[in-house]
Design a protein around this ligand. Structure first.
Ligand code: HEC
Length: 196
């Protein structure tokens, strides 16, 4: 009876030893697996970074390539100083101007421009603007774009400019979208010829 119990006990011990060994082996495996996982995580991380880097580079290149293209498009769209071509195809000569209505249109310009000589506001004085070279009002700090435009403000050039100032003088600091109606442009030009 004692012997039987002893044998049983030994079997239990050896069984539990085996269990321990298995447990250890499992822990080792788990550790190895975890290490491998970590290693692969690290590897994956740097691969991801490399992928992100190479993804960022073409994007930068594309942006850099697009910028000059856009600038080219902008300068291609900007008419030469001599050109008086309008976007709407209208000609000043084919519009009958109404200076009285032009005075009303000038209300839109008044926040920034005065018609009195020497009175500069956000924009330069527009006294004697017809026939004047662009960027020449003394005491007004023009943008390089306006100053170096090479424009002389003929009535036809003003008619083109006022349609969309930023197209005609790209980079101008005149924050005004323009007068899309040919009649309004002709009218305000008639007013500027003889402001009252
Ligand atoms: C929000 C302010 C603002 C409004 C509104 C505005 N302008 Fe201007 N304008 C300016 C500024 C600023 C400049 C100078 C541009 C530069 O130096 O790039 C300018 C420049 C000009 C010039 C060129 C002057 C020169 O000496 O070369 C003309 C012409 C002109 N504006 C006409 C007009 C007319 C006409 C209107 C209304 C239909 C108008 N502007 C509305 C701010 C304005």
């Amino acid at each position: 009876m004692f012997n039987y119990l002893k044998r049983r006990c030994e079997r239990v011990v050896s069984f539990s030893e085996k269990g321990m060994q298995m447990k250890l082996k499992f822990q080792y495996l788990a550790l190895t697996a975890a290490t491998m996982l970590l290693a692969s995580c690290g590897g994956g991380g740097s691969e991801e970074k490399a992928a992100a880097d190479s993804a960022a580079k073409p994007a930068e290149t594309t942006a850099a390539a697009a910028a000059p293209a856009a600038a080219g498009a902008a300068s291609a769209a900007a008419p030469t100083a001599d050109s008086t071509d309008t976007l709407d195809g209208a000609k000043l000569a084919s519009v009958t101007p109404d200076a009285a209505h032009g005075k009303q249109i000038f209300m839109q310009c008044k926040t920034c421009h005065a018609v009195e000589a020497g009175k500069n506001m956000i924009g330069p004085s527009l006294a004697g603007i017809i026939g004047r070279a662009a960027g020449t009002v003394t005491g007004f700090n023009y943008s390089a774009a306006n100053k170096n435009s090479g424009i002389t403000w003929s009535e036809e050039k003003l008619f083109q400019y006022l349609e969309k100032p930023m197209r005609v003088v790209p980079g101008t600091k005149m924050a005004f979208a323009g007068l899309p109606k040919a009649q309004d442009r002709a009218d305000v030009i008639a007013y500027l010829k003889a402001p009252n």
